[in-house]
Design a binder for this molecule. Structure first.
Ligand code: PBG
Length: 326
């Protein structure tokens, strides 16, 4: 039945693909995508990560190749995670100039330093034998202030190896200030800090802990990462801004779109979001079962994260999507 009065017709702007394209304010920007990459010390061949089909732990050589391919595909940056051959209580390999991430950063800086943005995850959990993100007290708690000195040392090692951005992900109070001070006093004022500011104690990191071999050996990270039910994201972000963060990040992404949009509305710095391992794994698993259209689902999640207000998205699909969009 034709309405007898002029009705509003939103469908007019949805009729054709060119019309929809014309009026869509949100798009996923390939140059805003960052590819996470894992590099493991002492392996001869890339090792598949069972819970992340399509993702591998790289050798030094396979990392160089994957990094070059991601850059050619059009991603805006790379973020490196290292898995050392030997772990200990203080995560000594994390700031060893010959540690796996430093060696890999030097490789990538030589290959691609002028063409992309090289980022390094800055944390201790991949390097400690107990799997926690900081040093432990004798009572088994994570010691905030003692950990800050370790983070400062790691920042210097990564900067010296060629990281252009360091990304502290351990959620220690004061970590951004400690790292900024250390970088500035060692002549690395140009190295930027992408702070994992609003990082939740999330079940979505499960597959990453396989990929980076960093599951906590006792307890969990709830005493330092944020509680999914709390309202402390803005407070954490504003502290990091005050301490000198250049980019602030929300993590995970899809379950925290409200947090991304709240931060984007309040903060004038670039906002990043990390589409984490569990977000990747659940789409890949459903797609492998034929339950979801993989490519459409991936693009829809990235569009949603962009629409919420993320300028930068870290995603295991970054290179694939950049390739698809350019
Ligand atoms: C800690 C770190 C984690 C991730 C990035 N940095 C794991 C954790 O906090 O347990 C998770 C990334 C992902 O799940 O994709 N170094």
């Amino acid at each position: 039945m034709t309405p007898s009065y002029p009705v509003s017709r939103p469908r007019r702007l949805r009729r054709t693909p060119p019309m929809r394209r014309l009026v869509a304010p949100v798009s996923v920007r390939p140059a805003g995508l960052v590819q996470p990459l894992f590099v493991k010390e002492g392996i001869g061949e890339p090792q598949p990560v069972a819970s992340m089909p399509g993702v591998v732990q790289h050798t030094r050589d396979s990392l160089r190749k994957a990094a070059a391919e991601a850059v050619t595909a059009g991603v805006g940056g790379l973020i490196l995670f290292g898995i050392p051959a030997v772990k200990d209580g203080r995560g000594s390999a994390a700031d060893d100039p010959d540690g796996i991430v430093q060696v890999a950063l030097r490789d990538l800086a030589a290959d691609l330093g002028g063409e992309t943005v090289l980022m390094a995850d800055l944390c201790l959990d991949e390097y400690t034998d107990h799997g926690h993100c900081g040093l432990l007290t004798s009572g088994g708690e994570v010691d905030n202030d003692a950990t800050l000195d370790r983070y400062a040392a790691i920042a210097l090692a990564q900067a010296e190896a060629g990281a252009q951005v360091v990304a502290p992900s351990g959620m220690m109070d004061g970590q951004v200030a400690a790292i900024r001070t250390a970088l500035d006093s060692a002549g690395h004022a140009d190295v930027a800090i992408c702070a994992y500011s609003a990082k939740y104690a999330s079940a979505f990191y499960g597959p990453f802990r396989d990929a980076a071999e960093c599951a906590p050996q006792f307890g969990d990270r709830a005493a330092y990462q944020q509680d999914p039910a709390a309202r402390d994201a803005l407070r954490e972000v504003l502290l990091d801004v005050e301490e000198g963060a250049d980019i602030v990040m929300v993590k995970p992404a899809l379950a925290y779109l409200d947090v991304i949009s709240q931060i984007a509305a309040r903060v004038r710095l670039p906002v990043a979001a990390f589409q984490v391992s569990g977000e990747y794994a659940m789409v890949e698993a459903a797609a492998a079962n034929g339950w979801l259209d993989r490519d459409r689902t991936i693009l829809e999640t990235l569009t949603a994260i962009s629409r919420a207000g993320a300028d930068i998205i870290l995603s295991y699909w970054a290179a694939e999507v950049a390739q698809r969009l350019t």
